[in-house]
Design a protein around this ligand. Structure first.
Ligand SMILES: Nc1ncnc2c1ncn2[C@@H]1O[C@H](COP(=O)(O)OP(=O)(O)OP(=O)(O)O)[C@@H](O)[C@H]1O
Ligand SMILES: [Mg+2]
Length: 142
C-alpha cells in the first residue's frame, strides 16, 4: 500500500495509525535516504503505542528502548535501532540487540536496516520505504 504525506506532522500521524496494526515480535524495517522521515515516522509509532518519551534517533547509541506502561497493550517494549554509524553487525550483537529482535513482547523499528540484513533473517519483517522528493512530499510504501 502507499500513503503520501505533505508534512512531518502527517507522517507522524500515519505512524500513529500504523502502530495500531503492530504485533509483538514485529521488526519494522524503515528504508529511505537521509532526511526521508524515518525518525518522524518512528515518533508516530511510539505515540501510537502510548509512549510519551521524546523519541530521538539513536544515531550514536545505536539502540534505544522504550517501555510501554499501558497494561492493556500486549506489546511491552519498543526498540528503536539506527545503524547509520554502525561498523558491523557484531557491534549490535555486543549490545544485546538479538535479545529484542523478534521477542514476542517487543516491536523493533530499524532505520538503515540494509546494514544488518544478516541479523534479521529469521524475523517477521515488515518493510516500509519512504521516498523523499525535493519538497515536503513523502511517499510511504508499506
Ligand atoms: N512529509 C514529511 N514527512 C516527514 N518529514 C518531513 C516531511 N516534510 C518535511 N519533513 C522534514 O524532513 C525531515 C525528516 O527527518 P527525519 O529525521 O525523520 O529523517 P530520517 O529519515 O530519520 O533521517 P536520518 O537517515 O538522518 O535518520 C525533518 O526535518 C522533517 O521536518
Ligand atoms: Mg533518523
Amino acid at each position: 500500500m502507499q500513503k503520501t504525506t505533505l508534512t512531518e506532522q502527517e507522517t507522524r500521524q500515519f505512524g500513529i495509525e500504523l502502530a495500531q496494526k503492530l504485533q509483538g515480535g514485529d521488526v519494522l524495517c524503515l528504508y529511505g535516504d537521509l532526511g526521508a522521515g524515518k525518525t518522524a515516522l518512528t515518533k508516530g509509532l511510539a505515540l501510537g503505542l502510548g509512549i510519551e518519551d521524546d523519541i530521538t534517533s539513536p544515531t550514536f547509541t545505536l539502540m534505544n528502548m522504550y517501555p510501554i506502561e499501558n497494561k492493556e497493550c500486549r506489546i511491552k517494549n519498543l526498540v528503536h535501532i539506527d545503524t547509520y554509524r554502525l561498523k558491523n553487525e557484531e557491534e549490535l550483537v555486543d549490545i544485546g540487540a538479538e535479545d529484542y529482535l523478534g521477542a514476542p513482547d517487543t516491536v523493533c523499528v530499524i532505520e538503515w536496516p540494509e546494514k544488518i540484513e544478516g541479523l534479521l533473517k529469521n524475523n517477521k519483517i515488515k518493510k516500509i520505504t519512504i521516498k523523499h522528493s525535493s519538497d515536503n512530499t513523502r511517499s510511504i510504501e508499506y
